[in-house]
Design a binder for this molecule. Structure first.
Ligand code: AMP
Length: 221
């Protein structure tokens, strides 16, 4: 059932967690533009240096640069059967660019989009509790899904890290950016059909089942 899948939703709805699960279930890669940009930042590339301040302020990296980065990633062989895009598109110009880019590959399956919904207060709680393993990228939550030993990854034994933009202050900016620039992307895909919304305020397993059944329905259309 693979093909291109978009996971849409505000910061903290669980896109990354769900994308990691779907990736192992369907054998297609998770492509997170946030992870790709953090990787550029760690390698001090030109893009990483430019992205650093914008990310720290909860603002978006310019469309042209992000589109180019995504085009490079989608061109890699592991993305040929399909992929799960997490955190992209985040603006209408990115969405229309992606539609055109994918439309050029006539044999590919059409893109399907799933939007995950969670209330603002719950998101704030999730974002400020989020901790990530720098080695395997497993995502924990200090309040609701803690590792066995505080601050240590269950799988790798590595010290978990808190993203610098996961403070309450930057979260508020990221939500403003979401409402202004990314909410129209959700409406864009809703209007195209091949779109479903799922309730993200349930257990991780329940959200996964809801997404999987949404994808089955969307792929059988
Ligand atoms: P994320 O990990 O998806 O929450 O992204 C972290 C930050 O990376 C965002 O707050 C933006 O600054 C930047 N970013 C990630 N994806 C995009 C995108 N598609 N367009 C522009 N900026 C992005």
């Amino acid at each position: 059932m693979p093909g291109p899948v978009l996971l849409l939703g505000a910061p903290g709805v669980g896109k990354g967690t769900q994308a990691q699960i779907l990736m192992s279930e369907f054998g297609i890669p998770q492509i997170s533009t946030g992870d790709l940009l953090r990787d550029h930042r760690a390698r001090h590339t030109d893009l990483g240096l430019l992205a650093e301040d914008l990310m720290a302020q909860g603002q978006l990296v310019p469309d042209g640069l992000v589109n180019k980065m995504v085009a490079d990633r989608l061109g890699q062989p592991d993305a040929a059967r399909g992929f799960i895009l997490d955190g992209f598109p985040r603006t209408l110009p990115q969405a229309t660019w992606l539609d055109t880019h994918l439309g050029q590959n006539a044999s590919a399956k059409p893109v399907v989009a799933v939007s995950i919904q969670v209330d603002y207060d719950e998101l704030l709680h999730r974002i400020t509790g989020r901790r990530t393993c720098p080695v395997c990228r497993t995502i924990y939550n200090a309040f609701s899904n803690p590792p066995k030993a505080t601050g240590i990854c269950d799988l790798e034994g590595a010290q978990l890290i808190q993203r610098s933009d996961d403070s309450e202050e930057v979260f508020r900016e990221r939500m403003k950016t979401f409402d202004l620039q990314t909410a129209p992307v959700v409406e864009h895909y809703r209007a195209q059909g091949r779109f479903q919304e799922v309730n993200g305020d349930q257990s991780v397993d329940q959200v996964t089942s809801a997404i999987t059944s949404a994808l089955r329905q969307l792929r059988s259309k």
